[in-house]
Write a protein that binds this ligand. Sequence first.
Ligand SMILES: [Zn+2]
Ligand SMILES: [Zn+2]
Length: 266
Amino acid sequence: MWLIFVSPFIIAGVDRTKLRQSATFALQSVNQLVWPAVCSNCRESICESDKSLCKDCWGELLACTGGDYCPRCGRDASRYGLVEGVCPDCQGKEIHFDRIARSGVYKKEQTLPKMILAFKKGRTELDSMLGFLANSALDGSSFCNDIEFFVPVPLHWSRRLWRGYNQSLVLAKKLKHRTAKICTDLVRIRRTKSQPMMPSPAARIANVAGAFAVRRRHIFTGRNICLVDDIKTTGATLNECAKTLKEAGASKVFALVLAVAGQKPA
Ligand SMILES: [Zn+2]
Ligand SMILES: [Zn+2]
């Protein structure tokens, strides 16, 4: 009796599900025909189900990510080679940020750096893929739950005007966090030369010295901040930002970057 009463609903339910599946499939086919899916890195055609990248690019991207690293400077380091939680390179150095998380390493001609450079040169549609990598690094970090504000490393207003966007802010907007908000109260008050043009680590430090400041009514006092940037090379920029935030009263300053350069040759 009950079966007779319920069966039309089951049949109707199955039919509706099948109908929905067929409609979705048809829509995907039309979509694929009109707007064929392409790899967001190399523009090769891919299946809808390939999630933005072709198999080759996924493979190359994975080769740039993963691996143990020093939680203070982000460079490759075996977890067994850390002394008091940091690598030998960090011993005795004045590093103003407390810990760092990275998605991968920056090695020339590899997929991750190529994607980051393209992202900086206008291909902002890569934000989803790079955001995915940044979120994975964030989830794997030891400080994710301590963050109260994400602070993108600021560009000078003239550079932002020229580029049209701040890539660190675009990236920060892709971060998924239960409570932390984005704050742009850290500003670059001096136009600095491009860091890659600097001939030495000392020149990089001098180039960004005093280049940052906080807005008058900032919210940093007593807060745990996570700086967001695309690439860390010597760390001079992140260090100067962290120093400025600590001087403004920030409690802890962490850093999240897509890639860390300056690895020792294997
Ligand atoms: Zn590809
Ligand atoms: Zn280190």
